[in-house]
Design a protein around this ligand. Structure first.
Ligand code: ARG
Length: 575
């Protein structure tokens, strides 16, 4: 059990014993400063307000009742009624035990569907897709780690009017005797060409429009061309995931077109239950719960007057599939903040139509935009969209240069391996460490710095610990010794190690990866302070202290590597 849960239990019992209603919480938080203890319980104030009694007196009653023998060495009441808890050093040492794994997560077993990445296939993946891909992947890892059954759904956009234009273009190339795979070699260029033909050549545009209709009615020639285009585009995306160390593969691809055959029946169902109504030839769902300030209900079109279905229709079908066929307990969507209204509409209509049971959690986790150093959305020098493939190339190149400077003794293979981990880690961490909901500035120098809250700093901390074990000639995995908490630095580090579990629980519940980043940064910093003031390998260190400090070091390395892995970032033995 995490320390926090431990304390929560004891304090809750004390509150009940002090006659406080059961639904009042201890409200535990980490103390901001060491003089306020390690944890503080802030619940006495709220409870006192409710009972109409003096908060300090109530805090005293809780303290009189609480049994924290062997856990806290000092309990103080401060200010208007904060209860400050100073944990016992022996208790902390014992909690870490002598295992090489401080973490014993309370395993849960929910079925969680995660919709992330989900790029449109008409174009090559670009920076606009990176946040959903990275943040969603982190949550998939975190939830899987804490025991949830995670089902990844890559809701790729493989359907819609652009595909008429793209297959008309492909047909043009094939007609000229070109090989399809070569024509599609550069998807971005291919899209631009198709767009130009569409805008400039009326015959081409007519053909493209006719192909949309033929595609929708299942015409084999069009479907075969479409298939060829989609296969190339998907393969390209899978390669990006591989390079980014993102856990999405072919089996997770569940594109929009998979729902095509269900849309007709879905619209009938929504009409029969009275939710969707005819409006100027279209089928529309009016949502009162999302009405604007003037009381106008929010309108969601699910079938156009020409009979065509929309993005929203497919999302409702996907929701039904996830809730009913996949039987999810929780469905998470990692999509740009600009689609907030769309998601609200889908959730509201889905619930009203009974596509999703009331006890299934539907969560849209939105995020802001990635900006350039000029504060505008991140673009290439000439104002184009930055392809993910080039972004990854650049990250690896920059990291490679840095590594060669730092360590000229490495051979080319080592440099390539380290550069990949460092470069990808830097990009991911820069994104994950910022509060998800805000925009952030993409800055190569800052993200590749070895100082501050960056991936290189954490990866470097890990390699430092590896090198201590090399010098000590001790096998890190096999090392096991009791932890003795002597100095304050040892106490802070040990306590941080014990807080991994509660950090993971928080990230799993709220889906904010920066909470895990901040934790890892604090852990690495606590390790660096410990390393400075607690000698490990010096000859005058008592053997039991040396063993204990190696133990703390091993636990720190394990926890850093595990935390980084949950962020999708790899570590290395040296750099
Ligand atoms: N393909 C969409 C886009 O690029 C994102 C899809 C997100 N997932 C969903 N179920 N709507 O904007």
């Amino acid at each position: 059990m995490s320390i926090k849960n431990h304390l929560n239990q004891r304090l809750s019992a004390a509150m009940i014993a002090a006659g406080i209603p059961e639904d009042c919480q201890p409200i535990l938080a980490l103390s901001a400063r060491p003089q306020f203890g390690d944890y503080q319980a802030n619940g006495a104030m709220a409870a006192a307000k409710r009972l109409g009694v003096n908060p300090r007196a109530l805090a005293q009653q809780i303290v009189d009742q609480v049994d924290l023998k062997g856990i806290a060495e000092r309990i103080e009441i401060a200010g208007p009624g904060f209860i400050n808890l100073h944990l016992s050093r022996t208790f902390i040492g014992e909690q870490l035990g002598s295992s090489s794994d401080p973490v014993a997560c309370e395993r849960t077993a929910s079925k969680v569907v995660i919709d992330y990445s989900s790029p449109n296939l008409a174009k090559e993946m670009h920076v606009g897709h990176i946040r959903s891909t990275i943040i969603g992947d982190c949550l998939a890892r975190v939830l899987e780690y804490r025991g949830d059954r995670v089902i990844r759904q890559n809701h790729m956009g493989d359907w819609g009017t652009q595909f008429g234009m793209l297959i008309a273009e492909l047909e043009l190339h094939l007609g000229a005797g070109e090989r399809g795979d070569l024509a599609l070699n550069d998807l971005e260029k291919f899209y631009q060409q198709a767009k130009r033909h569409f805008d400039e050549d009326p015959d081409f545009a007519d053909r493209a429009r006719a192909y949309v209709v033929r595609l929708q009615s299942g015409d084999e020639h069009c479907l075969a061309l479409w298939q060829q285009f989609i296969a190339t585009s998907v393969a390209h995306n899978l390669e990006i995931y591989r390079r980014l160390n993102v856990g999405l593969s072919a089996e997770h691809v569940q594109p929009e077109s998979t729902y095509n055959s269900q849309l007709e029946a879905l619209v009938s169902k929504l009409t029969e239950c009275g939710l969707a109504v005819d409006d100027q030839g279209a089928k529309v769902i009016f949502l009162d719960d999302l009405a604007d300030k003037k009381g106008q209900p929010s309108a969601m079109i699910i079938r156009k007057s020409d009979g065509g279905f929309l993005y929203a229709t497919t999302d409702l079908a996907a929701l039904e599939y996830r809730a009913q066929t996949l039987a999810a307990d929780r469905i998470l969507y990692f999509i740009d903040a600009r689609q907030a209204l769309h998601m609200k509409q889908v959730f509201s209509a889905g619930r009203k139509a009974g596509l999703v049971a009331a006890d299934v959690d539907l969560e849209h986790h939105a995020f802001g935009t990635m900006m350039g150093r000029d504060g505008k959305p991140f673009k290439t020098r000439d104002g184009g969209t930055v392809k993910l493939a080039s972004l990854i190339d650049e990250a690896e190149e920059r990291a490679g240069r840095l590594i060669r400077e730092k360590n000229p003794n490495l051979d080319d293979r080592q440099v390539a391996d380290i550069a990949r981990k460092l470069g990808i880690g830097a990009i991911k961490y820069a994104d994950l460490s910022k509060t998800r909901t805000t925009d952030y500035i993409f800055d190569w120098e800052a993200m590749l710095s070895f100082e501050g809250n960056t991936a290189p700093y954490l990866q470097y901390a890990y390699t430092r610990i590896c090198s201590i074990f090399r010098r000590a000639d001790v096998d890190r995995d096999a090392h096991a010794a009791p932890v003795i908490i002597g100095t304050d630095a040892e106490k802070s580090l040990a306590l941080k190690l014990l807080q991994f579990d509660e950090t993971i629980e928080q990230v799993a519940a709220e889906c904010y990866p920066h909470v895990l980043c901040t934790y890892l940064y604090d852990l690495a910093s606590a390790y660096m302070s410990f390393y400075e003031c607690c000698p490990i390998l010096k000859s005058d260190v008592r053997p039991e202290d040396r063993a204990s400090r190696l133990q703390l070091s091993a636990l720190s390395a394990t926890t850093l590597a595990r935390g980084l892995d949950l962020l999708g970032i790899e570590v290395m033995q040296q750099m």
